[in-house]
Design a protein around this ligand. Structure first.
Ligand code: NAD
Length: 256
């Protein structure tokens, strides 16, 4: 057990199951002594959380559907009442309709576009606003993004547009929250086989390309992501904000 996050209350949003990136981050944060607080979408996710955290002591968890302002308000009221202050927030939430990740990008419906941007980008702005109010001792906020925001990854479609909005939101939030000693960064993950990723067309091909061509010649693991998240959530990254940190075996550096 390390101590890099000891004494820090960290709110983790987005654990669905043992493959979730949020779960990889939660495990690394727990290893480093963090007090973890979780959110879950529905009853199924709550049951998963109960199973996953069975050996971690009392589970502190609250439901939150990020499409609901009321849910977000209730969540932060509860966190404030129970914990008073938080030092870290992990936003690992995204959603798009499956047809919008499989069909033509140009056929994205207005509703599909709105939903993807709402869940995957606006939710970040909303939770930053609330989290900042209870980060009275300074803090670190991280979110998860993917390179499909900047480059064409066939099939990533509207999610690429949502990630571009998310990355821009990280920079603007970093600017507004910097004077309160709250840092905001995104962690750009290489492909990881999670339930969300399964919705993306030809996802296995993406995994294969990274394994064959990235500088490290392998795909990243939940441990890789967890370790970088610990760095970003801890005081080790005290001068870092507004950044996109790639954890992708170096693949983003490749020209061919
Ligand atoms: P996941 O399916 O395990 O996690 C997605 C989470 O989003 C789930 O916990 C789900 O409950 C939650 N969610 C969806 N709609 C929600 C809503 N309305 N309200 C609250 N929560 C909601 O998949 P993951 O791959 O771990 O995704 C986590 C983050 O990592 C996402 O932002 C994703 O885009 C990003 N990411 C994933 C990869 C990858 O290859 N898996 C790569 C780069 C970035």
């Amino acid at each position: 057990m390390g101590e890099m996050l000891s004494g820090k209350n960290i709110l983790v949003m987005g654990v669905r199951n043992k493959w979730s990136i949020a779960w990889g981050i939660a495990q690394a944060a727990y290893r480093e002594g963090a007090n973890l607080i979780f959110t879950y979408l529905g009853d199924r996710e709550k049951e998963e959380l109960e199973k996953l955290t069975a050996g971690m002591g009392t589970l502190h968890a609250h439901p939150c559907d990020v499409t609901s302002d009321e849910d977000i308000e209730k969540l932060f009221d509860w966190v404030k009442a129970e914990f008073g202050v938080i030092h870290g927030l992990v936003h690992a939430i995204a959603f798009a309709k499956s047809e919008d990740l499989r069909e033509s990008f140009l056929n994205t419906s207005r509703d599909g576009f709105r939903l993807a941007l709402d869940v995957s980008a606006y939710s970040f702005v909303a939770v930053c606003r609330h989290a900042a109010e209870i980060m009275t001792e300074g803090g670190s906020i991280i979110t998860l993004t993917y390179r499909g925001s900047m480059k064409i990854v066939p099939g990533y479609n509207v999610m690429g547009v949502a990630k571009a909005a998310l990355e821009a939101s990280v920079r603007y939030a970093a600017y507004e929250l910097g004077s309160r000693n709250i840092r905001v960064n995104s962690l750009s993950s290489g492909p990881i086989k999670t339930l969300s990723a399964k919705g993306i067309k030809n996802f296995n091909d993406v995994l294969k390309v990274v394994e064959e061509r990235s500088p490290l010649r392998r795909n990243v693991t939940l441990e890789d992501l967890g370790n970088t998240a610990v760095y970003l959530l801890s005081d080790l990254s005290s001068g870092v904000t507004g950044e996109i940190i790639y954890v992708d075996s170096g693949y983003n550096n490749m020209g061919l």
